[in-house]
Design a protein around this ligand. Structure first.
Ligand code: ADP
Ligand code: MG
Length: 752
């Protein structure tokens, strides 16, 4: 890196070892938790706080315990109220023997005495205190045999033994105490952290000391005009306050400042990335007048929807320009993304380039392969399938075709990323279900081509908050309309007891010529047992409920030939009811199937339910989705034996499940469903996979902090728009901070 990029003097960019109290061992463990620099540590904010601002005399403490007022305590999820007492050590001793021993200390003030009790570690405690010294202790009052106690209180030493006169002089500065008085931070910790002394108290000491010593060397990270615009606290104040706040409002303001900081720099990086792509003119400028595409459109048995036409225009405009395309295509299941992708691939093919179509699983790749082959019947384009499980002879043949360029469209899985796969002339990349691939993988694919255009697709409607962070550097096209002639699916919730009525309804619809899915959940931990349950279930449906009908069973353990054969029978209407585990979630298209019964619907995730439902409603008949659920609270409650935490967990789980089912009944709108799913699950789990590239923020919460995210994004993009290289003096702070802390963002690499 050129020397102009030398970082400015801010302590934040220093490695964590720079701090006193951090050796190699701690540094190593902290790194696992994403804490590598002083910045990381200072942004390692408390999980919650103990409110120890309430400083009472022992008499007052006695009063609150033995005669609590009827006033309910104001409860906040993040702050627990404790009491703090200041007194001097009157006596202490070890009581009991061996494992039952405990350390008892008597603290006194002018209003009474208080017992402090610690179980275990008596030798440690014995050596810790001196008679007569002044302590502050914080905790929750309890009583044992009528004696007022604090069990395992937190302690700060306030003063050595003093004469009676001096005692009145003691002025306590609560901002200097780590464990008592004020709002006391509780830090997230874990076994490994605890082993190196970094339990919550350890963090408190470490961060407290670091702040005391180094806060003045923290450089401001946001320009003055931004601070003013949003009335944000200076960084130093915010950092000091967030760890050791004096009041609630201090805390909230500090959090707001740090969240903004984090979101702003995230968005600045995206803005720079996007800027780079915009000015990059080394992409391929395709001629988008495509005879092949025209021929395909003419051969389709349907007309493209307005939405499909619109997104095709957006895509081809990108393809025509010399900038590399980076576009996200969002569209609900069944909205017709595949045909859009294929049409755009034909443009690339007609220009003499190869196109690749990536699917997340082999069976999906196979389905896409078949679909494309079918659609391209009579159009002379060579489509090849490249997946992991292929025999070596076939594989060599495919690789050869790819390398020579005679494979014009390649449908593949992760197998395409492998080194041996070389393209003659890759110019266009389509990635289906994009969140199931990593950013690095997108990049590696780019490198296989000549700066190809990239279209990523997703059927998971992505809430705006998430797409702003996850895909903030992409252009977005949305297919917001389903192909015509489709009636909205009617969704209902039915309980087990109403099953017979459901069966009757199913039978009537089948008599009218419809077909039906029965979906059965699998829970991964015990796939074998589950599968057995599915088989048993299938047999009872076939033998007891619908003996006169033809049923088929499909599940993940079948070979792909077996699956194909069942699917084929279903398509040919040789099967009336297809009993399935969730393998039918993606990619199945049987328009005559108009009813889906989802059993144990409370066990499915919201997005998954929505995806499943997308398998019906594909024909012109009225479709139905019937969610069957146990009145399961009663069932679970019976199993619980008086353990109130479990009971509450079960209730919470139930509430969430009910919300999911109610949402399904209320709406077919994938975006609404996605928003609710995001709220229910949190960003990390939204896609059901951790490696989906959803950024993890230390302070901000992209679900709760949408507003702030939008503001930070707007500011960041405006700044980069106006000053792409951040050269203006008022942006000095931004570039300095980026250089110090986010040099990767300035390493002007390619976009993923
Ligand atoms: P997606 O991949 O977005 O879930 P598909 O591309 O699989 O959706 O399309 C779903 C079904 O709708 C397919 O059978 C497809 O042939 C059909 N289809 C696509 N576009 C249209 C259209 N404009 N009119 C009618 N049917 C369409
Ligand atoms: Mg699809």
């Amino acid at each position: 890196m050129p020397s102009v990029l030398s970082p400015p003097p801010t302590i934040l960019s220093q490695p964590i070892q720079f701090l006193k109290g951090i050796g190699e061992r701690r540094a190593e463990v902290l790194a696992k938790y994403g804490v590598r620099t002083v910045h990381d540590l200072f942004f390692y904010v408390p999980r919650r706080y103990l409110d120890r601002t309430s400083i009472v005399t022992i008499a007052q403490l006695r009063q609150t315990y033995f005669r609590p007022s009827n006033q309910p305590q104001e409860e906040s999820a993040d702050v627990q109220k404790d009491y703090t007492v200041v007194g001097d050590v009157r006596s202490f001793r070890v009581m009991g023997m061996g494992r039952k021993s405990r350390f008892v200390l008597i603290l006194g003030d002018e209003t009474g005495t208080l017992q402090c009790v610690w179980f275990g570690g008596v030798n440690y405690w014995k050596a810790k205190f001196q008679i007569g010294e002044t302590l502050a202790v914080s905790g929750q009052p309890t009583a044992f045999g009528g004696v007022l106690q604090f069990v395992h209180p937190d302690v700060d030493r306030i003063a050595e033994r003093q004469s009676e006169d001096e005692k009145d002089e003691v002025q306590i500065d609560w901002s200097q105490t780590l464990n008592t008085g004020g709002l006391v931070p509780l830090y997230p910790s874990g076994k490994e952290l605890e082993r190196v002394g970094l339990d919550s108290g350890g963090f408190r000491r470490l961060i407290g000391n670091a702040l005391r010593k180094s806060l003045e060397n923290v450089a401001e990270s946001l320009p003055g005009f931004i601070l003013k615009k949003h009335s944000l606290l200076p960084l130093r104040d915010a950092l000091g306050n967030v760890h050791f706040p004096k009041t609630d409002s201090d805390l909230n303001e500090s959090l707001r400042r740090l969240k903004y900081d984090e979101l702003f720099y995230f968005q600045i990086k995206l803005a720079l990335k996007r800027q780079r792509v915009k000015t990059d003119t080394n992409g391929i400028a395709f001629n988008v007048q495509s005879k092949l595409a025209r021929r395909l459109v003419d051969s389709l048995p349907f007309k493209l929807t307005q939405a499909q036409i619109r997104v095709l225009r957006e895509i081809t405009a990108d393809m025509e320009s010399a900038k590399p395309m980076n576009r996200l295509l969002q569209g609900d299941v069944g909205s017709g993304k595949t045909i859009v992708a294929l049409l755009s691939m034909l443009v690339a093919v007609e220009n003499g380039y190869q196109a690749v179509f990536m699917a997340p699983t082999e069976s999906l790749a196979e389905q896409h392969f078949k679909t494309l082959a079918l659609l391209l019947k009579g159009i002379d384009v060579n489509v090849r399938l490249l997946v992991g499980g292929q025999r070596s002879k076939l594989r060599r043949d495919v690789l050869d075709d790819v390398q020579r360029g005679s494979a014009q469209i390649v449908v593949g899985t992760h197998a395409v990323f492998e080194k041996q796969v070389e393209f003659a002339n890759l110019g266009y990349v389509v990635i289906d279900e994009q969140h199931r691939f990593g950013v690095m993988q997108r990049q590696s694919l780019r490198k296989k081509g000549k700066n190809p255009d990239v279209l990523v697709m997703t059927a998971t409607p992505i809430p705006r908050t998430l797409s702003l962070t996850l895909y903030g550097d992409l252009d977005v096209s949305v297919i917001n309309e389903l192909p015509g002639g489709r009636k909205p699916i009617k969704t209902v919730l039915r309980y087990e007891e109403e099953k017979d009525a459901v069966f009757r309804f199913v039978r009537e619809e089948i008599k009218k010529g419809r077909q039906v899915y029965f979906v059965y959940p699998l829970v991964e931990e015990s796939e074998k047992i589950d599968l057995k349950a599915a088989v048993v279930h299938f047999e009872s449906l076939q033998n007891q409920v619908f003996p006169e009908l033809k049923l088929g069973l499909i599940h993940g353990r079948l070979s792909s030939e077996e699956k194909d054969s069942v699917m084929q029978q279903f398509k040919n209407r040789e099967i009336d009811i297809l009993v399935a585990t969730t393998v039918i979630e993606v990619g199945i298209d049987v328009p005559n199937a108009s009813i889906m019964v989802i059993e144990n619907a409370e066990r499915f995730g919201l997005s998954q339910l929505h995806q499943l439902r997308g398998r019906v409603g594909r024909g012109s008949e009225q479709s139905y989705c019937i969610l069957l659920s146990k009145k399961w609270l009663a069932v679970r409650a019976n199993k619980l034996t008086g353990d109130s935490t479990k009971w509450h967990e079960a209730l919470d789980e139930q509430r969430v499940a009910e919300r999911r089912l109610a949402t399904m009944v209320q709406t077919n709108d994938g975006f609404k469903i996605a928003e609710i799913d995001l709220q229910l699950r949190g960003p990390g789990d939204f896609f059901g996979t951790r490696q989906s590239g959803v950024p993890e923020f230390k302070v901000a919460d992209i679900v709760a902090d949408t507003q702030l995210l939008e503001e930070a994004r707007q500011d960041a993009f405006e700044i980069v728009e106006r000053d792409p290289h951040l050269q203006l003096p008022e942006h000095r702070i931004v570039i300095d901070h980026l250089r110090a802390l986010y040099h990767d963002a300035l390493a002007l690499g390619k976009v993923g």
